[in-house]
Design a protein around this ligand. Structure first.
Ligand code: IDP
Ligand code: MG
Length: 139
């Protein structure tokens, strides 16, 4: 049995605000292993694949524009139950409601924008993790 893997993104706001080290530190301090890491400028085609489940939602276009507004960092992390573990480290989607102690709860807030800027993405299920890892790290 291989250890579970998840796909984590540090979004453009995390990079602009100088929080790359902080986010990676939280992942490592929790005990997860960084398996792969790359920085890239995502294009629309890549983001359409990654965010396919959100096509048609009111925040979809602002989300894609936001994710193209600067480079992102793509990380594969591993460890037992890392998918739910990283979602727990990240906190809930809305940073106003994310509990202090979480990445979003400590480091983000509502900026009044159409899309919530919340520093990180983390896969939400084993199926999403496999699909998303294949998008950003094609064999
Ligand atoms: P998640 O990142 O917590 O898994 P998702 O529902 O998958 O949240 O949404 C993807 C991203 O789209 C969120 O992280 C956030 O940046 C943005 N988003 C989600 N829901 C809303 C919304 O209701 N208003 C504005 N932006 C949203
Ligand atoms: Mg999601």
């Amino acid at each position: 049995m291989s250890t579970e893997k998840t796909l984590i993104l540090i979004k453009p706001d995390g990079i602009r605000r100088g929080l790359v080290g902080e986010v990676i530190s939280r992942i490592e301090s929790k005990g997860y292993l960084i398996e792969a890491l790359r920085m890239l400028n995502a294009d629309r085609a890549l983001l359409e694949k990654h965010y396919a489940e959100h096509v048609g939602k009111p925040f979809y276009e602002p989300l894609v524009e936001f994710m193209m507004s600067g480079p992102i960092i793509v990380i594969v992390a591993s460890g037992e139950r890392v998918i739910e573990g990283f979602r727990s480290l990240a906190g809930v989607t809305d940073p106003t409601l994310a509990v202090p102690g979480t990445i979003r709860g400590d480091l983000a807030r509502d900026q009044g924008t159409k899309v919530v800027q919340n520093i990180v993405h983390g896969s939400d299920s084993p199926e999403s993790a496999a699909r998303e890892i294949a998008i950003f790290f094609p064999k």
